[in-house]
Design a protein around this ligand. Structure first.
Ligand SMILES: Nc1ncnc2c1ncn2[C@@H]1O[C@H](COP(=O)(O)OP(=O)(O)O)[C@@H](O)[C@H]1O
Ligand SMILES: O=P(O)(O)OC[C@H](O)CO
Length: 504
């Protein structure tokens, strides 16, 4: 009897396989980090072959730890870091270049070129996104323009593109031997190429970018059988039945199925997603319009999104680049050695500023420094930066939706940090709530896969699994909150206009 669903979470820092039971509880986990490759300032790459090898291995780890075989697994779901672009040769299975990661800013010149006619909002009405280095589109163009022979091979139909869900799906289903080249609507909505109304690739935009349509995967729903696992795998013949970009998966895993529901994930970056139901809402306040989910033939759900590039990765930076902590959780101990930020504000605009500012010309700044400031204050300022950036996107959601969010559902690696979440509640002025299963990303992909094969009956069946673990109530007085927020906004202004002809 297949009593479990296995989710693959191909994230920015690691790949995981997590096995869930019917209650949405974790049965076992496999996890491997992959190398972060920084060839130049602003460039971020991953090795797609390493990601695929790790994916296979973590599947084995998860099955082995729980002493399960493929016969116990009803379906496989895939969730993934979004936008990160892989281009490979369909005849050999070899990537022609490393994966260009969502944080990578090398394509700013391509963005500027495309924006010369119509500005960065040129395609926004159709695709929901501004022109920015963040999305897959300009990354594909960069590969076609910079990898010798790539354009010719692409024109000949030999090169194909995928985000990492597609790369994993293609390999899991046989690769060069009939691998399925497909993605889901949520991932497709992050390329700059998908029309939000029709849910199809837009030929006019593809023409303007110069990307052959033959490179692109088929766009499927988030919950249907895409194919079965190939015969040499531990999971052979198991259906792969769910795909959701990781932030949409976390929203689904948080059971935020209906319009007006939201979640905020604290990982490498932070991503707040607000479900707008079947309505496409165009933001006036710097949010993205994106697909939330689509189950088989049922109507699509859209969402507004506040994407913040640098949050947990700022903690990694304190660890790896400054060496003032030796592990991510230590940031909390260090921050607790001081009462407050000591006047220091850290704006981590390492990839420019994403939502709600969208300022590629910004670069990071640590301001308000005096001789009084010590490493405890810097750790504190880093945690506060995560919460201030979240407040900025919550303000935008409230303004766009004409509501006041009354609480914030949270998940992700950094929600283990109590100091951060208390400050988040204080600076938002609303409670912050964390569920028992904080691995909501993998859970969402498991749900999508399980629904497609009848492992779970319907959304009500899933909603029953959501359970509150902990709640942080706001306790800061309003005057203090106002003072801190004003200082934060002042700090943000200090990062703008930094990139110019002297700074690339
Ligand atoms: N206790 C902590 N306090 C603050 N940040 C943390 C803590 N634990 C982990 N992190 C950060 O959370 C991120 C990992 O979260 P995770 O959800 O696994 O991310 P991703 O899915 O983006 O790989 C890392 O960037 C790490 O620095
Ligand atoms: O892998 P994560 O959790 O950092 O998520 C990355 C996002 O999908 C980027 O848009």
């Amino acid at each position: 009897m297949a009593d479990y669903v296995l989710a693959i979470d191909q994230g920015t820092t690691s790949s995981r396989a997590i096995i869930f039971d019917k209650h949405g509880s974790i049965v076992s986990t496999g996890q491997l980090e992959h190398e972060q490759i920084f060839p130049k300032a602003g460039w971020v790459e991953h090795d797609p072959k390493e990601i695929w090898a790790n994916t296979r291995e973590v599947i084995g780890q998860a099955l082995g730890k729980a002493d399960l075989t493929r016969h116990d697994i009803a379906a496989v779901g895939i969730t993934n870091q979004r936008e990160t672009a892989v281009v490979w040769d369909r005849t050999t299975g070899e990537p022609v270049y490393n994966a260009i990661v969502w944080q990578d800013t090398r394509t700013q010149d391509i963005v500027d070129r495309l924006a010369a006619d119509g500005g960065v909002e040129r395609f926004k009405a159709k695709v929901g996104l501004p022109l920015a280095t963040y999305f897959s589109g300009t990354k594909i163009v960069w590969i076609l323009e910079n990898v010798p022979g790539a354009r010719e091979k692409a024109e000949a139909g030999d090169l194909i593109f995928g985000t990492t869900d597609t790369w994993v799906l293609w390999n899991l289903t046989g690769g060069v031997d009939g691998g399925v080249h497909a993605t889901d609507v949520t991932n497709a909505s992050r390329t700059l190429f998908m029309d939000l109304e029709t849910l199809q690739w837009d030929d006019e935009i593809l023409g303007i970018f110069g990307v052959p349509r033959s490179m692109l995967p088929a766009i499927k729903s988030s919950s249907e059988v895409y194919g079965t696992v190939e015969s040499s795998s531990l999971l052979r013949e198991t259906p792969i039945a769910g795909i959701l970009g990781d932030q949409q998966a976390a929203t689904f895993g948080q059971a935020a199925f209906d319009a007006g529901e939201a979640k905020n994930t604290y990982g490498t970056g932070n991503f707040l997603i607000f479900n707008t139901g079947e309505e496409i809402v165009h933001s006036k306040n710097g949010l993205l319009t994106t697909v939330g989910y689509k189950l088989g033939d049922q109507p699509v759900h859209y969402a507004l999104e506040g994407s913040i590039a640098v949050t947990g990765s700022l903690v990694q930076w304190l660890r790896d680049n400054l060496g003032i902590i030796s592990s991510a959780p230590e940031v909390e101990e260090l921050a607790k050695t001081v009462e407050d930020n000591g006047g220091a504000y850290f704006v981590p605009a390492f990839s420019g500023l994403f939502a709600p500012y969208w300022r590629p010309d910004a670069r990071g700044a640590l301001v308000g420094l005096t001789r009084y400031v010590n490493k405890g204050h810097i750790a504190r300022a880093a945690l506060e930066a995560i919460a201030f950036q979240t407040r900025d996107v919550v303000e935008a959601v409230n303004a766009d939706a004409g509501i006041d969010l009354t609480e914030l559902r949270v998940d992700g690696g950094a929600t283990a940090n109590d100091t951060l979440l208390q400050f988040q509640a204080d600076i938002l002025g609303v409670p912050v709530v964390r569920p028992v299963v904080a691995e909501t990303t993998a859970l969402g992909a498991a749900y999508a896969a399980g629904l497609a094969v009848g492992f779970w009956a319907d959304l009500d069946d899933l909603a029953k699994n959501w359970q509150e673990d902990r709640r942080w109530e706001p306790s800061m007085d309003e005057a203090e909150q106002g003072r801190l927020v004003r200082n934060w906004k002042k700090a943000v202004t200090k990062t703008l206009d930094w990139v110019d002809e002297d700074v690339r």
